[in-house]
Structure formats: C-alpha cells, structure tokens
Ligand binder design. Structure first.
Ligand code: B12
Ligand code: SF4
Ligand code: SF4
Length: 253
C-alpha cells in the first residue's frame, strides 16, 4: 500500500530528528523559486538557480537544522592549501542518512543544492526568521544553527513559513561586530572577518601572516575574534552570535 503524504512526512521528520538534526522543516519548490534572482557566495559569486536546475520534477525540499553547540564546530582547518570545516562534515553525514531513507522508499534526492539560498529556504520551511545579524534565528537555538537541505520528488507536506520579527528594537549583534560588517538584516562580506577567501586564510595560518596582508582590519582584531588553538586552525568569529539573546542557554561554551 502506498504511504500517504501525511504519514511519509511524519516518518521523514521523526527519522531526521532521531538522526542528528535538531530542526526539520519542509517547503515546496515553488516558494523558493518565487524568490527573485540574486548572487550566491562572496569571493566566487554564482547566480542563484531555480530548483529545476537540480531536479526536473522536485516536489519538496527538506531543510535540516543542526545545532552548533560547541565552539569546536567553528574550526577552519587548513589542509593542502584549502580549508576544511568539521561542522559541514558532521552535518553531511547526518543529512545523508535522511537522503538514504528517502532513496530506500524509491524517491530521487539532491543533497545541499548550493545555489538555492539555504537561509531563505529555512525561513520558508519555518525554522525561523532572518535576524539583524543576517542569520536565521530559531526561537529555541537562536542563530546557532547550520543548515543542510534535500531536494526530492517525495510528496511531503510543507510547513508554514516563519514571518515573525524576533529582533524588535535589539541591535546587540550590530553593536558587537568588531568590523562594523552588519547593517540590519545584511552582512558585508568585505568587512566580515570570515569574508576573506579560503586560499587567503590558508596562507595567513600556514605562513603566520598578519590579517593586514589582505584587509585593513588590524591583526589584533582578527586574532581576538578568530582565535587559534592549534597550529593548523582558527575558530571562526562568533561575536555577533554570542551577542544574541536567543539560544544562549542551549550552548555550553
Ligand atoms: C556566502 C556566505 C557567507 C558570506 C557572505 C554572507 C551573505 N552575504 O549572506 C560570509 C563569508 C560573510 C559568511 C559568513 C557567515 N556565514 Co555564511 N554562507 C554563505 C553562503 C555560502 C551563501 C550565502 C549568500 O550567498 N548570500 C547572498 C545573499 C543575497 O543571499 P541570502 O543571504 O541567502 O539572501 C536571501 C535571504 O536571506 C533573503 N533576505 C536577505 N535579506 C533579508 C532581509 C529580510 C528582512 C528578510 C525577511 C529576508 C532577507 O533574501 C535573499 C534572497 O533570497 C551560505 C550557504 C548557502 N548556499 O546559502 C552560508 C550561510 C548563510 N552561512 C552561514 C553561517 C553560519 C555563517 C557564519 C556564522 C560563519 C560560520 N560559523 O559558519 C558567518 C556569519 C556572518 C553573518 N553575520 O552573516 C549559515 C547560516 C545559518 C543561519 N543560522 O542562518 C549558511 C546557510 C551556511 C549553512 N549551510 O549553514 N557567509
Ligand atoms: S562573524 Fe564576526 S566579523 Fe562577521 S559579522 Fe559576525 S561579528 Fe562581524
Ligand atoms: S542580537 Fe538582537 S538584533 Fe541581533 S539577531 Fe539577535 S535578537 Fe536580532
């Protein structure tokens, strides 16, 4: 007997939540496709795509949110001139389990369609609205969520989008940013400490170069907000996230 959409949606969500995800929501491809075209990325900018670029007959998008519960997951590790992100390896591992579950049921899937805005999809799938720090703010976990998504032809039932404004008059993240990279709901990648390219960051770490090699921000600011605990790594700046009152109590560090 074919499973109903309601039963399938319930099963997929329960499976995701018992396999590493803290949050799961669903949107229809039409809702993200209705977003105006824009650029994705920073150093290498690519046009945003429609879902048909990834799958002709997609019917749903599953958005998975993983709690960045420890600073160790902010690590950027240099290796062979590039940068590795332990958080993305962890998330990918968990998201692949959900993908396999759907594939076992006979559905096609594309994991992490990069040129669709992951933040916009999370908002449309009800994980939380965009905050003034330009990140998705979940009422429970605050900005401390990292996103994966699965485009699929499984007929799942969409969630309601998040439309509330959680920020109100607060400006703590904007005030805390050491490089003035934030204006309400937008980040300037040219100012954000994380906005240098992976090749540049790799050189800064391996050759112990000052941040001023690539930007005007003083090196002390970089070293204070992107601390280095091992020879080959830094921890990404989290100052705007640490300033946010949402999700504070869920983190131990
Ligand atoms: C490029 C990029 C960056 C760049 C530039 C960010 C930018 N301009 O958005 C830099 C290097 C600065 C950066 C930094 C960080 N990033 Co980043 N980044 C990305 C990446 C790869 C693409 C985003 C992009 O190109 N944006 C360009 C703009 C035009 O698109 P957009 O922001 O998605 O905009 C859409 C919506 O936001 C919406 N929108 C825009 N403004 C507004 C305003 C309002 C009011 C509303 C309602 C909607 C809205 O409309 C846009 C069009 O659809 C995504 C992954 C992905 N593929 O989506 C991760 C991603 C956005 N980054 C993420 C994170 C966590 C970070 C960092 C915290 C670093 C870290 N620890 O990983 C910092 C935070 C800095 C900050 N305060 O934003 C997460 C966000 C999770 C979350 N809670 O929202 C993502 C989704 C990665 C992931 N897989 O989890 N990032
Ligand atoms: S990550 Fe750091 S530099 Fe970038 S916007 Fe947030 S506080 Fe500013
Ligand atoms: S610190 Fe305040 S303004 Fe910034 S995202 Fe959090 S609630 Fe919104």
């Amino acid at each position: 007997m074919t499973q109903t959409s309601t039963a399938l949606t319930k099963e997929v969500k329960e499976y995701a939540l018992s396999h590493g995800a803290e949050l799961v929501g669903i949107l229809s491809p039409e809702t993200i496709d209705a977003t105006p075209n824009h650029w994705i990325g920073w150093q290498v900018q690519q046009p945003s795509e429609k879902t048909t670029y990834y799958m002709k007959e997609a019917r749903s998008i599953v958005v998975l949110g993983y709690h960045a519960f420890d600073d160790i997951y902010e690590a950027q590790i240099t290796h062979n001139g590039g940068i590795e992100y332990p958080i993305y390896t962890r998330m990918r591992l968990y998201a692949r389990r959900v993908l396999r579950k759907l594939e076992e049921k006979g559905f096609n899937c594309v994991i992490y369609p990069f040129n669709l805005s992951q933040k916009k999809m999370a908002q449309l799938a009800g994980l939380g609205p965009i905050g003034k720090n330009s990140l998705i703010i979940n009422p429970e976990y605050g900005p401390w969520i990292r996103l994966q998504s699965i485009l699929t032809d499984a007929p799942l039932i969409p969630d309601e989008p998040s439309t509330e404004d959680l920020c109100g008059d607060c400006t703590k993240c904007i005030d805390a940013c050491p490089t003035k990279a934030l204006t309400p709901y937008k980040v300037d990648p040219e100012r954000c400490l994380i906005g240098i390219s992976e090749a540049e960051l790799s050189r800064l770490i391996t050759e112990n170069l000052p941040y001023t090699t690539y930007r005007t921000t003083p090196d002390e600011v970089f070293r204070q907000h992107m601390p280095r605990h091992t020879k080959n790594s830094v921890l990404m700046c989290t100052t705007c996230q640490k300033a946010c009152p949402y999700g504070e109590d869920k983190r131990l560090t």
